[in-house]
Design a protein around this ligand. Structure first.
Ligand code: UT7
Length: 321
């Protein structure tokens, strides 16, 4: 059996911060942010939590797939910014959506999280262990961002996206994933837990720190490489690919990947203009948008590719159902 992505759903916080709003918080301006990143607005939570957004996206995906919550036998939530550690976000989602037959766990693979979660679901489905998996990417990055650091705060946004992956007899899903912990310092966020027996509360003084240029260079080199690698592994030619669904980090990264692959930019849909970089949520939010507006059609081959902290990166080629 092979897992195919069926229903999708999202939750996007209503509150919007535009570039002019940010220029009142740090020394930046709309022109710089648009030119260097492509981001125009980002949605950020007010009273919402990661669990709430994940559950809302999940409910929408379940309805879109036309399945009963009881049919779900596994829930994986990819997140780096949950409001809960115990019980895990996936268990909280299970409670909210009534997926009483599911096993649940969370996964941290940063901005590659949704891709790693899809691959994990796929491996379970191919092994025969599970048949119907709810996969969610949900982030409240506004809680981890240093709102005095113009190098990072302009990039990120909050939101959640979900998809249902179900077992089918005939389908294609081929994936390649990589990690490089040696280069991990390029994008870090320390734990906010107490430091062991010293009981020293670090509080909320730890935030995401990023060497933007290092991450940029890594992304524009590794993402085209991993896409070529996965296409070769799948025996699929670039001409057969309808769309490349990339993690939405920076429009210049997406443009550079298209150029290096010698593929038209029209095959690389983007919505980072509106949402910014929502880490593990960016790919499922984009998938949902493309499904709902009719861009993605049954039978098309697509590539999903993610990259981010770890460092981690990967790609999957699949047939859209
Ligand atoms: O999800 C995966 C994780 N993250 C990423 O994929 C991010 C990858 N990196 C990037 O997207 C880009 O590196 C950034 C958007 C973060 C930064 O763009 P950049 O073109 O690499 O800028 P830079 O860091 O090289 O800075 C260029 C200049 C500097 O000024 P000087 O030294 O040339 O005078 C910065 O101080 O731009 C300045 N700068 C800003 N100016 C206005 C940096 N941030 C800002 C800002 N507004 N927000």
């Amino acid at each position: 059996m092979i897992g195919v992505l069926k229903g999708t759903g999202v939750y996007i916080p209503a509150h919007v911060l535009n570039n002019d709003d940010l220029s009142k918080m740090v020394e930046t301006n709309d022109e710089w942010i648009r030119e260097r990143t492509g981001v125009v607005t980002r949605h950020v939570i007010e009273d919402e939590t990661t669990v709430f957004m994940a559950a809302e996206a999940a409910k929408a995906a379940i309805a879109d797939a036309g399945i009963m919550p009881q049919e779900i036998d596994l829930i994986i939530v990819a997140t780096i910014s949950s409001n809960v550690i115990l019980p895990c976000t996936a268990c909280e989602v299970q409670k909210e959506v009534g997926a009483i037959n599911a096993a649940c766990f969370d996964m941290n693979a940063a901005c590659t999280g949704f891709l790693f979660a899809c691959n994990t679901a796929q491996a379970y489905i191919q092994s025969g262990m599970y048949k119907c998996v709810l996969i969610i990417g949900a982030e409240s990055l506004s809680n981890l961002v240093d709102w005095t650091d113009r190098g990072t705060c302009i990039l990120f946004g909050d939101g959640a996206g979900a998809a249902i992956m179900c077992a089918e007899e005939e389908a294609q899903y081929v994936a390649v994933t990589h990690s490089d912990g040696i280069k991990g310092s390029a994008l870090e966020c320390e734990s906010r837990h107490r430091k062991g027996w010293e009981k020293k509360l670090i509080g909320d003084t730890t935030y995401m720190r990023m060497d933007g240029q290092a991450v940029f260079k890594f992304a524009v080199k590794k993402v085209p490489e991993v896409i070529e690698e996965v296409l070769e592994k799948a025996g699929v030619q670039k001409v057969e690919i309808s769309y490349y669904i990339l993690h939405q980090a920076n429009k210049r990264i997406v443009e550079s990947v298209a150029k290096r692959l010698k593929e038209p930019i029209g095959k690389f849909p983007m919505n980072l203009y509106e949402y910014g970089n929502t880490s593990s949520a960016s790919i499922p939010i984009l998938l949902d948008e493309l499904k709902k507006n009719g861009t993605l059609k049954r039978g098309q081959k697509i590539v999903m590719a993610g990259f981010g902290a770890g460092l981690s990166w990967g790609a999957a080629v699949l047939t859209w159902e």
